[in-house]
Design a protein around this ligand. Structure first.
Ligand SMILES: NC(=O)c1ccc[n+]([C@@H]2O[C@H](COP(=O)([O-])OP(=O)(O)OC[C@H]3O[C@@H](n4cnc5c(N)ncnc54)[C@H](OP(=O)(O)O)[C@@H]3O)[C@@H](O)[C@H]2O)c1
Length: 254
């Protein structure tokens, strides 16, 4: 399949590194203009420069937009969507990728500030960014929303229990919004398995070889594995797909 995004504009949260940065690079390579967002502007600027450098010698130079925003802050979401529209003139694809996991341990023992933070960024955040995209552009022009959930939203792992509750709820938010916003806006989710990024480092770094042997495809995920599935959902190749999730986990859930 030749998956192209020519003429499309995408906004990706949590895109200064890891899966978000890989999606940004994949989307730019497919022809999209991309706005990347996360909390730290210096990291965003260096990620944007690295993506732009790949196209420096081509006739088709790309400019990657950056906007620093905390995904849990509704005002920042509104401002970032507005900045995307101001810089690029449209917003076809929103990827709710930013997430946080400030607590590991028995879920029954979590303190309320960290519980609230997990919900604020991972669940309320995804809703608010979708609401802003809808209100400022997609209600009138249509669009495509991709929520990055997790296989933790489909299974039980109590050491990251609250994070997984937000990821399960994100899947239901995906289904509910897909029905409500159709036919103009498609809403889908991706459920990655264990991917080699900073966020999951505590889960894989000390035992990569042993964990790989427990995964049917015998390796951990790379950010690009998720980015390629995101490109499918972002492109017209998935034009009859809405309200569902794609599991990308090397068979780990099995
Ligand atoms: N890695 C895995 O194994 C795995 C598995 C399943 C699902 N996922 C999901 O995949 C997505 C991406 O995770 P990742 O593994 O790529 O993580 P990562 O490498 O740690 O990257 C996280 C990104 O999100 C940004 N970020 C963190 N908190 C933020 C906030 N409050 N507001 C805005 N941006 C924020 C970070 O930049 P700043 O710190 O500068 O803000 C960074 O750009 C997440 O939704 C995660 O839950 C990951």
């Amino acid at each position: 399949m030749d998956l192209r995004l020519d003429g499309k504009v995408a906004l990706i949260t949590g895109a200064s590194r890891g899966i978000g940065a890989a999606m940004a690079a994949e989307f730019v390579a497919a022809g999209a203009q991309v706005m990347i967002s996360s909390r730290k502007e210096p990291d965003l600027l260096s990620t944007a420069a690295a993506i732009e450098a790949r196209f420096r010698d081509s006739t088709d130079a790309r400019k990657v937009g950056v906007f620093a925003a905390n995904a849990g802050d509704p005002d920042a979401a509104a401002a970032c969507v507005a900045a995307t529209l101001e810089q690029f003139g449209r917003l076809d694809i929103l990827v709710n990728n930013a997430a946080t996991n400030p607590y590991m341990g028995k879920m029954i023992e979590i303190d309320l500030p960290r519980l609230d933070k997990t919900y604020e960024v991972n669940l309320r955040g995804a809703f608010v960014w979708a609401q802003q995209a809808w209100q400022q552009y997609m209600a009138e022009h249509g669009g495509n929303i991709i929520n990055i959930s997790s296989i933790g939203g489909l299974s039980v792992e109590t050491s990251i229990g609250h994070y997984n509750v937000t990821k399960a709820a994100l899947l239901h938010l995906t289904r509910s919004l897909a029905k409500e916003l159709a036919p103009g806006v498609r809403v889908n989710a991706l459920c990655p398995g264990l991917v080699k990024t900073d966020m999951a480092r505590a889960l894989w770094e000390s035992g990569e070889e042993a964990i790989s042997q427990m995964i049917p495809l015998h390796r951990l995920g790379e950010p690009e594995d998720i980015a390629q599935a995101a490109l499918f959902l972002a492109s017209d190749a998935s034009s009859w797909v809405t309200g569902t999730c794609i599991v990308v986990d090397g068979g780990m859930l099995l």
